[in-house]
Design a protein around this ligand. Structure first.
Ligand code: SAM
Length: 317
């Protein structure tokens, strides 16, 4: 087990420890959602996407299946497909079959996710140049030099953009516009505002898979940072915040307790929570506004028959 003094030898662990101490010291207490995705977190996310309550994945896949040709018709032939937060790259295969791509660069913070996806896609598309990138897409990183000179199409599915508050979403989209360059396209999946009767079960399923995914953050604190923590002393909560149009995931202390991590003691009252994730839900026009302010022009918007989810094609100005 790694203890705090050892963390200085590992830059990634030190950053993890700093982010955890900063988040748990803040009020309200938070933990960054990017830390959900170690190998176990990536596997749990894949299990969530198969749950009957979790409508976003199957709905977005349905839209991509139905409209892949229309989507790809908006892209320059021979584009490099650059996917932010690619995970298992399951949705990508639909585009790769429908369109004309010279290269594919999956970008993810989870090495296990990109490695597994790249291995599978190389078998299925042996002529496609595939160059995986393990990076935090919020920070500075370079695209592979082998993509230089190719037209660019970004892909950002899964409504991962919803994990960012609107101002941060704008900043991230602006960075993508700069990284991909003028004239580049972006295919982005954006979840739509809908009844909490559909939203809450999607983020608090009957089998407890989302609860395990949320609590995996505490498991990582314990196993990777050597935190003294009673993982079972916290329970998963999903809350609809109507004012900010977002589902929030929290970990709620079921009794008074203290987490000791990286030399810090963080005391919790019973009922106090750690806010672990936001999933913002948008109306069609609200999101276009954010995209426009970030330097993207809306080309097409595709929505399923139930008005649950949208896939948009944008162009960088
Ligand atoms: C909601 S999942 C979506 C996965 C997949 N694109 C899909 O649509 O099913 C978010 C993905 O983004 C990755 N991710 C989250 N935050 C990230 C970050 N800051 N930098 C890079 N990847 C990140 C996670 O590892 C995960 O694979």
């Amino acid at each position: 087990m790694v203890r705090f003094p050892d963390l200085a030898f590992d830059a990634a662990l030190s950053e993890f420890a700093e982010d955890v101490v900063a988040g748990l010291s803040a009020q309200p207490r938070t933990l960054p959602c990017k830390y959900f995705y170690d190998a176990r977190g990536s596997d749990l996310f894949e299990a969530i996407t198969d749950l009957p309550e979790y409508y976003p994945t199957r709905t977005e896949i349905g839209i991509l299946h139905d409209r892949a040709r229309d989507i790809c018709a908006q892209l320059a032939p021979g584009s490099a497909l650059i996917e932010y937060g690619s995970g298992s790259s399951i949705k990508t295969e639909i585009l790769l079959v429908a369109g004309d791509f010279a290269a594919y660069a999956p970008i993810d913070i989870s090495p296990s996710a990109v490695d597994g996806a790249a291995r599978r896609l190389r078998r299925r598309f042996p002529d496609l140049h595939i160059e995986p990138v393990v990076a935090d897409f919020i920070g500075d990183f370079s695209l592979p030099a082998s993509l230089d000179g190719l037209p660019r199409a970004g892909f950002f599915p899964g409504s991962t953009i919803g994990n960012f508050a609107p101002a941060d979403a704008r900043a991230l989209l602006r960075r993508m516009a700069r990284q991909l360059g003028p004239g580049a396209k972006l295919i982005i999946g954006v979840d739509l505002r809908k009844s909490p009767d559909i939203l809450i079960p999607a983020y608090d399923d009957a089998q407890g898979v989302t609860a395990a995914f949320n609590k995996n953050l505490l498991v990582r604190l314990r196993d990777e940072l050597g935190a003294e923590i009673d993982v079972d002393g916290f329970r998963h909560r999903a809350v609809w915040n109507a004012r900010d149009s977002r589902i929030e995931m929290h970990l709620e202390a079921t009794c008074p307790q203290t987490i000791r991590v990286a030399g810090h003691d963080v005391a919790f009252e019973a009922g106090e929570t750690i806010h672990t994730e936001n999933s913002c839900k948008y109306g069609i026009a609200d999101f276009e506004e954010i995209a426009r302010a970030a330097g993207w022009r809306a080309l097409e918007t595709f929505v399923d028959a139930g008005n649950l989810f949208s896939v948009r094609v944008l162009e960088a100005q």
